[in-house]
Design a protein around this ligand. Structure first.
Ligand code: ADP
Ligand code: MG
Length: 724
C-alpha cells in the first residue's frame, strides 16, 4: 500500500465526530463568550458600566480612574467562564492576528492569586520585536505597545484545552507609529464619520454619526488532513504547485449551492456554534463553485468589528477544520484551473438613525442624498484606483485575479444598467419638450430610483467593484487577506470626496444657487470627471484591457507594480491630509508587502526545486528503470517492445525538460539575489519566476498521468477535491 492508499484507508475508517449538539438554541448562546452588555451589567458597578459603555460607543480610551474596576469585572467574568490567561490580541502587518498569553497567576505574600489590573487591560508592552515593521523600528529599540481598542469588546477564545481572555488592541511603536492594520482603520473610520455626517447636514440635520458597515463573505477550500500532509507544497506555500487537471473539475456546475456533504455539515455546524458564542453573526453557508470550496458570511456590522470578526473566523476555520480531520485553505488560488477564493467586502454607510446612505429613498430629496454619496464613492475610486489595487494585491491574488469568476486586476466600477442610465441622464439630460416646466429632479428620473432598483438583478461577476442594490461589493480582496488595508483605503478616499463635494456645493450655495440645484450641478461635475472608471461590460474581454489602457487605468496584474501606488505622491498627500497614515507608515506597508510577496515566491521556487529533485524525478526514474528491464526482457524473448521504448523516450524527454526548468530557476534566483534593491528584486521576480514555475508544473503534470498511480507520491487533485 502506498502513502496515498493509506491516507484513503484512514479517511474511510474515520467516524463522523464530534457530534453536533442539536439542542443548542442560537439565540441562547449567541455572544456568551463576549463581555457585552449583559455580562457588563452583572459584573460591573453602575459607574464602571456607564464609563465603559460610553468609551465603547465613542471608541474612546478608557478613563484610567475606572480601568481598575472594569478590569476587576472582566477578570471575574472570564474566570467564571474558565479562563486562565489573558492576551492582547492584535493585527501585525503579517496579515493574521497575534497573541502573547499571560496567566492571571500572581503571588501575594507567597500565596498564589489571580490578578488582572487596569493597566494590564488597557496597555501592554509585548516585546514583539520580530514582527515586520517595514523599517518603522529597529530591533535594538524594539519597544512596541498594544492598547485596547475599546470600541471592540473583549472576548474569550475557548478551545478544548483552555480558555483565554482576548483584548482587541492596536499595536504601535514607541514613537506612536502604527505597526498594525487596526490603528489606521480606526482613524479612517473616524474621518469618514466626520465627512459623511457633515455632508448629511444638507439633507438631514438630525444625523450626528455615520458608521461604515461591512459584510465580509469568506470563501475557503476544505481538504482532508491526511492528504494535506502528503503535499509539502500545500502545507508550506498554502497552494498546490502542481497537480494534473482532474477529469471531474467544476465543469458539471453541480457543486455550487449543492447539498452540503455530511462531514462538511458537521464542520460547519461546529464552526457556527463557536462563532455564535463569540458574537460573530454568521448567517450564510453554502458550497461554492469549485469542488471542495465553500463560503460563509456573517450579517454586516461596523467595519471595525466586522474585520475583527473576519479574523476570528479565519482562526476558527483553521481550528475547527483540524478537529474534523480537515484543513481549511485560505489561499487565493490553491488549485490551478478552478475558482480561487476571495473575500467579498460588502461596504456601505449607516447613519445613527439606521439609514443606509447607499440605499435610495422614495422621495426625490432622499435620492439626492443617496446620489451624492453614491457618486462620491465612484469619484473616489476613480481618483485612487491604483491605491485601491495596492490594497488588495498579493502573491496569491496575482494567481486568482482575472479568471474563473474572479475580477481582473484592473479596477473599475460596475453600477448595473439602471443606475448607469440615471447617471448618464444627469450628465446629459434628455431633452425636455419645449416650454415644458418640469422639475429637474422628476425629469431626470431621480424620483423613481427605488422602483428601478427593485428589479435590478444585474450581477457582473467580472467586476472588482460592483454596486449591488444598497452597498458596494469589492470582490477583489483575497481570501487570506486582512481586509483592513482595503477598508482603510476605501474609507479614506471616500471621505476625501465627501469633503470636496460638500465644499463645492457650499460655495455654489454661497453664490446664490438653490441647494437642490447646487447638489445636482455637483453630481454632474463628479459624474463627468469620474466616468472613465465605470465599466458595465465583460471585464475579461480583450476590448476592456484596450479601453482601460486608453483611459489610463492601471492594467498591470503584478503585485510589485501595484504596490508602488502606496508610496506615490497622491497617496502620501491623501493620507497625510486626512490624518490616517504618515508617509513613514505608508512606506512601511509598502516594504512589508513587497517583502512578503518576494518571500512567498522564493519559498515556492525552493519547494518546487526540492520536490522535483527528491520526489518527482526519483518516481519517474524508478518507473523508467522498470520499463527498461521490461524492454530488455521483451527483446530477449523476441517480443515487440515499441510501447516501452516510446514511453521511455517520453519520460526521458520530460525529465530533461524538468532539469532544464530547474537550471533556469537557479539562474534566475542567482540573478535576483544579486539585486540589492527589494523593489527591483520583486519586479524582476514577478517578470520571470511565475512563468518558470508554470513551465515546471506543466512537466510534472504530464508525468503525473504517465506514471503508475501506485508510484505517484502526491495526492492528486481528484483526491484532494472530491474525497471527504
Ligand atoms: P451575495 O453572495 O449574493 O453577494 P450574501 O447574502 O452572501 O450575498 O452576502 C451579502 C453580504 O452583504 C452579507 O454579509 C450582508 O450582511 C451584507 N450586507 C447587506 N447589507 C449591507 C450593508 N448595508 N452594508 C454592508 N454590508 C451589507
Ligand atoms: Mg457577494
Amino acid at each position: 500500500m502506498n502513502v496515498r492508499q493509506e491516507a484513503l484507508r484512514s479517511i474511510l475508517s474515520r467516524a463522523l465526530s464530534p457530534k453536533g449538539d442539536k439542542a443548542v438554541k442560537t439565540k441562547e448562546i449567541f455572544g456568551e463568550s463576549v463581555f457585552h452588555r449583559t455580562a457588563m451589567k452583572s459584573y460591573l458597578s453602575d459607574q464602571a458600566y456607564k464609563t465603559l459603555s460610553d468609551a465603547m460607543e465613542k471608541g474612546r480610551v478608557l478613563d484610567s480612574g475606572v480601568a481598575g474596576a472594569v478590569a476587576g469585572g472582566i477578570k471575574a467574568w472570564a474566570i467564571d467562564k474558565g479562563a486562565t490567561h489573558y492576551t492582547h490580541w492584535f493585527q501585525p502587518l503579517t496579515g493574521r492576528t497575534a497573541e502573547k498569553h499571560e496567566s492571571f497567576l500572581a503571588f501575594l505574600e507567597g500565596e498564589p492569586i489571580e490578578k488582572f489590573s487596569g493597566t494590564e487591560l488597557s496597555q501592554q508592552e509585548p516585546d514583539a520585536s520580530s514582527f515586520p515593521s517595514g523599517g518603522l523600528r529597529t530591533t535594538f529599540e524594539a519597544r512596541g505597545y498594544t492598547a485596547w481598542d475599546s470600541s471592540s469588546p473583549v472576548f474569550l477564545l475557548d478551545t478544548s484545552f483552555g480558555t483565554t481572555l482576548c483584548i482587541p488592541t492596536i499595536f504601535v511603536s514607541y514613537t506612536g507609529q502604527s505597526l498594525d492594520y487596526k490603528m489606521p482603520l480606526l482613524k479612517s473610520i473616524s474621518k469618514i464619520n466626520q465627512a459623511a455626517t457633515d455632508l448629511c447636514q444638507f439633507f438631514d440635520v438630525k444625523v450626528s454619526k455615520v458608521t461604515p458597515t461591512l459584510g465580509l463573505e469568506q470563501e475557503y477550500f476544505l481538504v482532508d488532513k491526511n492528504y494535506y500532509l502528503l503535499r509539502p507544497d500545500l502545507y508550506q506555500t498554502g497552494r498546490t504547485l502542481f497537480g494534473a487537471k482532474p477529469a471531474r473539475g467544476q465543469q458539471m456546475s453541480d457543486h455550487y449551492f449543492g447539498a452540503i456533504p455530511e462531514r462538511i455539515y458537521a464542520f460547519m455546524n461546529e464552526l457556527e456554534l463557536e462563532a455564535h458564542r463569540m458574537g460573530i453573526p454568521l448567517k450564510t453557508r453554502h458550497n461554492e463553485v469549485a469542488p471542495g470550496q465553500f463560503e460563509c458570511a456573517p450579517v454586516f456590522e461596523s467595519v471595525n468589528i466586522a474585520i475583527d470578526h473576519g479574523l476570528m473566523i479565519m482562526d476558527l476555520l483553521d481550528r475547527i477544520a483540524n478537529k474534523h480531520g480537515l484543513v481549511a485553505l485560505l489561499h487565493e488560488k490553491p488549485f490551478a484551473g478552478l475558482n480561487g477564493s476571495g473575500k467579498h467586502n460588502n461596504w456601505s454607510l449607516m447613519t445613527d438613525s439606521g439609514k443606509n446612505l447607499l440605499s435610495p429613498g422614495s422621495k426625490p430629496g432622499e435620492n439626492l442624498m443617496f446620489l451624492s454619496f453614491f457618486v462620491c464613492v465612484i469619484k473616489a475610486v476613480w481618483e485612487h484606483s491604483g491605491l485601491l489595487k495596492a490594497a488588495i494585491v498579493s502573491a496569491g491574488n496575482d494567481l486568482r485575479l482575472g479568471s474563473h469568476e474572479a475580477p481582473p486586476a484592473i479596477i473599475s466600477v460596475f453600477l448595473g444598467h439602471q443606475l448607469d442610465k440615471v447617471l448618464k441622464d444627469i450628465e446629459n439630460p434628455p431633452r425636455k419638450k419645449r416650454n415644458e416646466d418640469v422639475d429637474p429632479l422628476m425629469h431626470l428620473g431621480i424620483a423613481s430610483i427605488p422602483e428601478l432598483l427593485l428589479d435590478n438583478t444585474d450581477r457582473n461577476r467580472t467586476s472588482p467593484f460592483a454596486f449591488t442594490g444598497n452597498k458596494f461589493e469589492i470582490r477583489a480582496v483575497g481570501a487570506s487577506a486582512n481586509s483592513s488595508l482595503a477598508m482603510t483605503v476605501l474609507n479614506t478616499i471616500v471621505a476625501e470626496q465627501l469633503i470636496e463635494f460638500r465644499s463645492r456645493v457650499k460655495s455654489k450655495i454661497n453664490r446664490g444657487r438653490p441647494q437642490d440645484l447646487a447638489v445636482l450641478d455637483m453630481l454632474k461635475e463628479f459624474i463627468t470627471e469620474s466616468k472613465n472608471i465605470r465599466f458595465e461590460g465583460d471585464s475579461y474581454s480583450k476590448e476592456w484591457v484596450e479601453l482601460a489602457t486608453k483611459r489610463s487605468l492601471a492594467t498591470s496584474s503584478r503585485t510589485p507594480d501595484a504596490l508602488a501606488s502606496l508610496i506615490q505622491y497622491p497617496s502620501i498627500k491623501l493620507f497625510k491630509k486626512m490624518g490616517v497614515m504618515s508617509e513613514a507608515e505608508l512606506k512601511s506597508r509598502h516594504d512589508v508587502l513587497t517583502e512578503k510577496y518576494l518571500q512567498q515566491g522564493l519559498m515556492e521556487a525552493q519547494v518546487m526545486k526540492e520536490l522535483i529533485m527528491t520526489n518527482v524525478l526519483p518516481a519517474s526514474s524508478e518507473y523508467q528503470s522498470a520499463l527498461s528491464d521490461l524492454a530488455l526482457k521483451k527483446n530477449e524473448l523476441g517480443i515487440n517492445n515499441n510501447g516501452e521504448l516510446s514511453l521511455l523516450r517520453k519520460l526521458t524527454k520530460i525529465g530533461e525538460e524538468l532539469l532544464f526548468g530547474l537550471e533556469e530557476i537557479d539562474k534566475s534566483l542567482d540573478e535576483l539575489l544579486g539585486i540589492n534593491d527589494k523593489v527591483e528584486q520583486a519586479r524582476k521576480f514577478s517578470n520571470i519566476l511565475p512563468n518558470q514555475l508554470v513551465f515546471c508544473r506543466e512537466k510534472i503534470d504530464q508525468l503525473e498521468v504517465l506514471l503508475p498511480d501506485q508510484s505517484w507520491p502526491f495526492p492528486k487533485y481528484r483526491e484532494l477535491l472530491l474525497i471527504r
